[in-house]
Design a protein around this ligand. Structure first.
Ligand SMILES: [Fe+2]
Ligand SMILES: [Fe+2]
Length: 257
């Protein structure tokens, strides 16, 4: 178990963290009696309660929703799909890329941090209106702006749970690029290069997304996905060594065409 959070009252249900067991991601909840429950995303009531607790504990979430005129609704169906699919797959890829990179260099971050951040990275999508999240066409600029706050929303939701700062940072910046052309902007100056943990979660997220069918496009083949990311290497968005590790991972473990 990785996370600790403050207890409030007897009826509290809190998101406690995420674990992966036999390659399946589970969100972990905890009530005030200290009972830890593993859920696969079926318990919608429990999830809504947990998210409400996160909202109550951090007014920054509501402020952000108000700023973008987003009506509060907790989309547990989204979380169920994300946990069972994309976040789990991102975690598998991130673990693989981490291990390959760690053979030659020191990632300066624990693999457990990268794993847990990968499993939680898109949590903020639970608050993005489903008509934007599931729009079967290109988003307009206003919708894109709203969609892009999901990483900050996830960060703020988890912050109220006492999640480790290292995990929070990876969640917040999982859409950042090596050349810092992604979002959100860094509030303070980071070291010259984007930390390796962020690069790993970012490339795993991108590859996982490209390899899935989305409402607006088909699933891309392994080669198509790798070519798109190679273009990002040439644009300075992805570090060549991280890309090479992903290629190695894909050739070893992504056996699907
Ligand atoms: Fe994301
Ligand atoms: Fe993602």
């Amino acid at each position: 178990m990785f996370l600790v959070h403050p207890e409030k009252n007897k009826t509290d249900i809190n998101l406690y963290g995420a674990v992966q067991i036999s390659n399946t991601a589970f969100l972990v909840y905890k009530n005030s009696q200290g009972k830890v429950e593993l859920k696969t995303g079926k318990e919608e009531k429990l999830q809504k309660k947990a998210v409400k607790n996160m909202l109550l504990r951090n007014p920054a979430v509501k402020k952000l929703l108000d700023k973008y005129k987003i009506k509060l609704s907790i989309n547990t169906k989204t979380l169920k799909e994300l946990t069972g699919g994309h976040m789990n797959e991102t975690c598998n890829i991130a673990k693989g890329v981490y291990s390959i990179l760690a053979e030659n260099l020191n990632p300066e971050i624990d693999q457990s941090i990268v794993k847990e951040a990968s499993m939680l990275h898109d949590l903020g999508k639970i608050l993005i209106p489903s008509k934007i999240l599931n729009k079967p066409a290109r988003l307009n600029s206003k919708e894109r702006e709203i969609m892009n706050i999901h990483s900050t929303l996830g960060y703020e939701l988890l912050k109220s749970q006492g999640v480790k700062e290292e995990i929070l940072e990876l969640v917040k910046y999982h859409h950042q690029n090596l050349n810092k052309s992604g979002y959100p902007e860094f509030e303070e100056e980071l070291p010259q290069n984007l930390p390796l943990g962020m690069q790993i979660v970012s490339i795993a997220d991108k590859y996982s997304a490209l390899r899935e069918a989305r409402v607006y496009r088909r699933k891309l083949s392994r080669l198509e996905a790798l070519l798109i990311l190679y273009k990002e290497v040439r644009e300075g968005k992805v570090h060549p060594a991280v890309y090479e590790a992903l290629m190695k991972y894909a050739s070893l473990y992504d056996t699907d065409v």
